[in-house]
Design a protein around this ligand. Structure first.
Ligand code: MN
Length: 224
């Protein structure tokens, strides 16, 4: 695992994305970080990231995760990202690699089903549990062929468990877990392209309908 490709693609003088340090990479930690970043770049996609050996293994999921076990979502593996990237929310300047608005859509930890993560990755069958703010329960990433991506095409699939559902979580929960902002808000705050970012948010009418049927009520003391 190395961050060479990640750094090659980016100009950190122009983009606010973290360059990633060796120090972060060797930090010993019990829990493994999980994060999904919603990214309104050339095309809207969800970047699914799992910590492994000091970096974030990364897959771009064009349609985002689905809670429905009968739905398989294409996940194209991309270059490893630094651990610190998981906290990045903001705007990558247009013209730079991945130019557009980035939201931390979900985060938490992941637990591999089998202890030998490397063997599971090599086999192309990684089963795991997510403990996120939005995504929970058992999932699998399974390598696939036929999408012209060499060996970088995977499918992200929800396993059947109590967290499986028909709910369209992408529309129901479109906000950042860090700031509660929508993509358009993040673009506005960071001087990005608000109109472009807004095309990645659910339409206002859909949001209004959801809010009217009762948005989840949070207790003031729920977070410490
Ligand atoms: Mn991306």
């Amino acid at each position: 695992m190395s961050l060479e490709k990640y750094r090659e693609k980016r100009d950190f003088k122009k983009s606010p994305e973290p360059a990633g340090s060796a120090k972060t990479a060797v930090k010993a930690k019990q829990r493994l970080a999980y994060v999904i970043q919603k990214h309104r770049a050339t095309n809207l996609h969800y970047d699914f990231r799992l910590e492994f050996r000091g970096v974030l293994l990364s897959w771009a999921v064009p349609k985002g995760p689905s809670l429905d076990p009968s739905v398989k979502r294409l996940a194209m593996q991309v270059e490893d990202h630094p651990l610190g990237y998981g906290g990045f929310e903001g705007v990558i300047p247009e013209g730079e690699y991945g130019g557009g608005t980035v939201m931390v859509w979900d985060n938490g930890e992941w637990i591999p089903e089998s202890p030998d993560i490397e063997a599971a990755l090599n086999k192309g069958d990684l089963k795991f549990t997510l403990r996120g703010e939005k995504l929970h329960g058992s999932w699998v990433l399974v390598r696939t062929r036929g999408y012209g991506g060499g060996n970088r095409s995977w499918l992200l699939i929800k396993h059947r468990d109590e967290f499986a559902s028909q709910e369209d979580i992408l529309t129901e929960k479109p906000r950042s877990v860090l700031s509660k902002n929508l993509l358009a808000d993040i673009a506005r705050i960071n001087g990005g392209n608000v109109e472009k970012a807004a095309t990645g948010d659910p339409p206002r009418q859909v949001r209004a309908k959801r809010d009217s049927v009762g948005a989840p009520k949070k207790k003031a003391h729920a977070r410490t």
